[in-house]
Design a protein around this ligand. Structure first.
Ligand SMILES: O=C(O)CCC(=O)C(=O)O
Ligand SMILES: [Fe+2]
Length: 251
């Protein structure tokens, strides 16, 4: 677990810096603000559930961090929204899944989009996953980039507080406002509507290959190729970046 944490730490910083460089923003932000005691690893266990159609393993959500490095076991159940539909992310023991979180969405002025995802339960098999969250200190201020920022500046403490308050009051996280400028304006943001049916597990996204789609970019990176691969990838503006990474990097 310690190894997962330290390898993920290095990887998360590399990815964040390169993604920042692509925005032509100072890449030392992450070194200065996302330090060891502000980031964390979470281990998730999903027990078998007799009523999988009625109970989520994890409710649909976006992560409240800069980016998440996720390793899932072979059971499956992770799904994300792609092209307005839920699709399964096929388990692959040699891949890590990297999700952009809310903070990167705000920091990049929506260039990188936080990915909505959820976990379905399995009626017979228990499932495990491990996630590393790249988070800043509570006092860090998230400054939206660009001449026409879509979000006002806010501290991570403020954002966390808003998420907690929303969950308490409304029963779900509102997260970043989708079309309003003010973080904290919970009433202006409607809950995302339920997206249509999911594709079957078999149709899910293979977790280790390169594919470009209008809204998502999948890249395969090995060993020390991370920087070059990301630098060279073709990002359409406002692309949603979903990075699928070879676990060879973890040796
Ligand atoms: O278990 C998974 O695959 C996803 C976990 C997750 O989304 C989270 O911990 O935020
Ligand atoms: Fe998550």
């Amino acid at each position: 677990m310690e190894r997962f944490a330290s390898e993920s730490e290095a990887l998360a910083h590399t990815l964040a810096e390169v993604l920042a460089e692509k925005l032509e923003r100072k890449s030392n932000f992450f070194k200065e603000n996302c330090v060891r005691n502000t980031c964390y690893v979470r281990m998730n266990r999903y027990p078998p559930c007799p009523k999988p159609s009625e109970v989520y393993g994890l409710m649909p959500h976006t992560d409240s961090d800069f980016l998440t490095i996720l390793y899932q076991d072979q059971v499956g159940g992770l799904q994300l929204i792609k092209d307005n539909r839920w699709v399964a992310v096929k388990p692959n023991p040699r891949a890590l899944i990297i999700n952009i979180g809310d903070l990167f969405q705000a920091w990049s002025n929506g260039m990188y989009k936080s990915v909505e995802h959820r976990v379905m339960t399995n009626p017979t098999v228990e499932r495990f996953s491990t996630a590393y969250f790249l988070c800043p200190s509570y006092d860090a201020v998230i400054e939206c980039s660009g001449d026409c920022p879509s979000y006002r500046n806010f501290s991570f403490r403020e954002f966390r507080q808003q998420v907690q308050d929303d969950v308490k009051k409304l029963g779900y996280k509102v997260g970043l406002p989708s079309s309003h400028k003010e973080v904290g304006d919970t009433h202006s943001t409607t809950r995302k509507k339920e997206v249509p049916s999911l594709k079957s597990e078999g149709e899910g996204i293979p977790a280790l290959f390169v594919r470009g789609a209008p809204e998502q970019i999948w890249i395969k990176v090995r060993n020390d190729g991370i920087r070059e691969t990301i630098k060279n990838m073709h990002t359409k503006s406002r692309a949603r970046i979903q990075v699928v990474l070879s676990i060879y990097d973890l040796k």
